[in-house]
Design a protein around this ligand. Structure first.
Ligand SMILES: NC(=O)C1=CN([C@@H]2O[C@H](COP(=O)(O)OP(=O)(O)OC[C@H]3O[C@@H](n4cnc5c(N)ncnc54)[C@H](OP(=O)(O)O)[C@@H]3O)[C@@H](O)[C@H]2O)C=CC1
Ligand SMILES: O=C(O)[C@@H]1CCC=N1
Length: 270
């Protein structure tokens, strides 16, 4: 379905790189179908050198050439980018924005009639294990959204949500890899503390989280039931879980998601 489609990215940072890596690894497109623009020539050199894709410093050129145009710049600069590209974006281009907090109406007001899709992905798209949520603007019909859904489903799982839940998605799965990396890093330190090399400790920590996540998805069981299967009476796991609960790890994670959700809302009000 993406054969002969030109895919553009405005903003060649962390999220664009993760998506480019993911869709190239998935074989969804070939490098010559991807054009990226960025303000940083060094960044473009890096992306061209790494992926053999096309690059330019001209955002309007990227907007003109793209059938699917990803806006992958920070929310702080999105208004400037919209003003730059609005005069040249065609109604046959599907505009996909991943900017946290920025509503579809912000784009739609400046680009009437252009199909807009707001997506909140996460960086594990780079390894085919992303979690993306998608909300469709009023001109983005199901038909129009199909190739975009295909992009995100080639690099992980996709759900369609109503736009009013997007800040919550941002707080949970959009920002979530950061929480997971903190957990893995902390468990790795713990492994070093109990005597492993860092290399062995990070393997023990990361594979354990990967395995636990796979069990939740594969069995459909409540995570508490799976936890019960690990906690032998009077054993080691319940001893560790007790310490986590005593230190408020569960409440800290809930607070983190609520705070990140609120921050996403705040960024949208700017
Ligand atoms: N990182 C993540 O995990 C996720 C990010 N997002 C969203 O993705 C977007 C990008 O985030 P991220 O990739 O982390 O940010 P980055 O800062 O890594 O990337 C943004 C890139 O855009 C460049 N840039 C700045 N201004 C312009 C412009 N006017 N035209 C073209 N390029 C420009 C920046 O250059 P310079 O640095 O020189 O300013 C930078 O290279 C954000 O809106 C964020 O909310 C969504 C989900 C997850
Ligand atoms: O931190 C941020 O604002 C972006 C959005 C979700 C993840 N990273």
């Amino acid at each position: 379905m993406l054969k002969n489609k030109q895919i553009g990215f405005i903003g060649g940072g962390a999220m664009a790189e993760a998506l480019i890596r993911g869709i190239l690894n998935a074989g969804l497109v070939v490098p010559s179908q991807i054009l990226v623009s960025d303000v940083s020539v060094e960044r473009l050199d890096y992306l061209r050198g790494t992926f053999t894709i096309l690059t330019t410093t001209d955002s309007q050129e990227t907007a003109r050439q793209s059938d699917i145009l990803f806006l992958t710049v920070k929310p702080q600069v999105i208004n400037g980018v919209i003003d730059t590209i609005a005069p040249v974006v065609s109604k046959s281009t599907v505009l996909v924005t991943v900017a946290a907090g920025v509503t579809i109406s912000t784009y739609q007001n400046k680009m009437p009639g252009v199909p807009i899709i707001r997506v909140m992905p996460n960086t594990p798209v780079a390894v085919g294990e992303g979690m993306s949520a998608m909300a469709l603007g009023k001109y983005a019909t199901t038909e129009v959204s199909k190739p975009v859904a295909q992009v995100f489903s080639s690099v992980g799982q996709v759900v369609t949500v109503s736009e009013d839940t997007m800040d919550a998605v941002t707080g949970l799965s959009g920002s979530g890899p950061a929480y997971a990396f903190v957990l893995i890093d902390a468990l790795t330190d713990a492994g070093v503390r109990v005597g492993f090399s860092r290399q062995t400790a990070v393997l023990l920590a990361a594979q354990t989280l990967l395995g636990a996540a796979k069990m939740v998805l594969a069995t459909g069981e409540h995570p508490a039931k799976l936890r019960d299967m690990v906690t032998s009476p009077g054993g080691t796991a319940i001893t560790g879980v007790h310490i986590l609960e005593q230190n408020g790890v569960r409440a800290a994670l809930i607070d983190a998601v609520v705070a990140a959700t609120n921050r996403s809302r705040e960024m949208g009000r700017r």
